[in-house]
Design a binder for this molecule. Sequence first.
Ligand code: ATP
Length: 618
Amino acid sequence: MPPPNGRLGPGYLTDEEKKNKPKVTKDLIKRIFSYLKPYRLQLVFVLAAILCSAVLTLLPSVLTGKIIDDGLIAQNLRALILYILLSFGVTLLANLIGILESYLNTWIAQHITFDMRNSMYAHLQKMSMRFFTSNNQGDIITRMTSDISGVQQIITNTLTSIISNAVTLTVALVLMFSENWKLALVGIAVVPLFVIPTRSAGKRRWSITKDSQACSDEINGILNETLSVSGQLLVKQFGMEQREYDHYESVNRKMIGLNIKESMAGRWFRMALGTFTNIGPMLIYLVGGIIMMRFDKSITVGQISVLVALLGKMYMPVNQLLNIQVDWIRSMAMFTRIFDYYDMVPEIENAPDALRPSTADGEVEFRGVRFYYEPEREILHDISFTLSKGKCIAIVGPSGSGKSTLINLIPRFYDVIDGCVLFDGTDVRKLDLGYLRENIGIVSQETYLFNGTIRDNLLYAKPDATEDELIEACKRANIYDFIEKQETGLDTVVGNRGLKLSGGEKQRISIARILLKDPALMIFDEATSALDSISEQKIQDAIEPLIATRTSILIAHRLSTILAADEILVIKDGEIAERGTHQELVGAGGVYTQLYETQFSKATEHITPEFSYSEGEN
Ligand code: ATP
């Protein structure tokens, strides 16, 4: 009798799954089948293979009857050898077809998930920043990975198992009844004996599996948090090693208990299954024997054996078909989750007749701009200003006043709620998104570098940049001295998110990246975190010539940066509270004066080198 094939566990729906059963509509089914459509031909072959292998797998059971009656009992050696050879041949053929079927099946499933993953990735790339800030990163990744892998499981397991089980069961029943209807009825009466213990053992095992899944999620969570660079930094800073160890150890211990329980539940199940595997055929031998001896002399020993063999083949299909509803609901839920993502309309899209001017000056104008992330909390109210070609504006203001939000509206990371943002005189919503973003370079506060070499990160801005161009950009960004000192130069690996570099080095690499991109408008969101004075000076030296030659916006936290600008906008509570030059604002006694006294003047002291630093700053 075949083993349960690991399918007994998921045979039950969790309470949550029962509550959130997906609505299976005609459209949903249609949509699912649309993914199968390109593989129609292969599917026909799979179907044919399933049918053939189901029928061929059952034939040896029928041949057992012939071997017993026409070979052994009739003492006919020729017939005996013939049926044995036939049985062997049929089994071999069934298995060969089985291999073909599973190859085709896997091929189709892999191709469908390949299509789905690609289209989902392309779709997610189009989603706006709001999607990424409001959705849990783990959720997005789960949908891309586990949910789509689940689809592959559905195709290789659920779909084919429905077909193959239904065919096997039907053929087995037909064969049983055509052999002897009375014995067939006895056989059907015995089936529940196989099914009931499997289901109750399965239920227990499933609940343990769920607990151990939760436990393993918890362990992963602990590992992710505490073994990451920032996590370890926190643990070490607060001396929490022992506490984290104890926490880990306790969850790990819980896991061991659950694993032992799970394996024992499996043991009980195997015992129950083994017992009934033996009792089932015995019952048929008993009842069949009584019928044969007392009531119907025409029944043969071979027929009883055929029945026992066919019954053995029915066990798995019956059990699996009973669980199909669960698999089905789970599959539909998975598809619904995936389609939910597909159905999210990207918030920011290209206008149908988007403009792509041939040149860009990088001029920016805000006209009565209002913006909020959530309607109940407006972040920017009525912002208006103009930045002309070649000029530089510094935006200053208290933390959380809306400075980063304001600049995010220019490359359309978000769209304004009211008013408009113009780029070279055209509403950004009318410009081609690719064009707009090509012409804007942002050095953001949190510099992000991909895990790769410095060269990889630089080439991201200009894939065809020559070695000379890379070196030139690094020199201008004041990072070449540092690169030269590295053994592998530009091929130095920056580490996970650039964590092997200091904050100042990362910022200068990202300045070099922007230099390679050479945009018409440069936005520099200065890091609030303190850098040492040499580092700061190097950044300053890198950006000053940049600002002098192109249109730029600086979110500034340091006086030296502010002084380099043509105009200063002071943002407070989402409004332009003051505007002018440093000289005009510093003595006015307003927000700027306050900021100057509390923040900038201190930064100035910091800039004046009082101590002499040694060269390298790492
Ligand atoms: P800092 O100088 O500290 O960087 P900031 O002036 O740049 O601050 P913003 O980052 O623009 O401030 O944030 C303005 C306000 O908007 C803050 O109160 C912040 O909590 C809120 N905010 C920022 N990003 C989001 C977001 N994605 N969703 C909801 N609210 C946000």
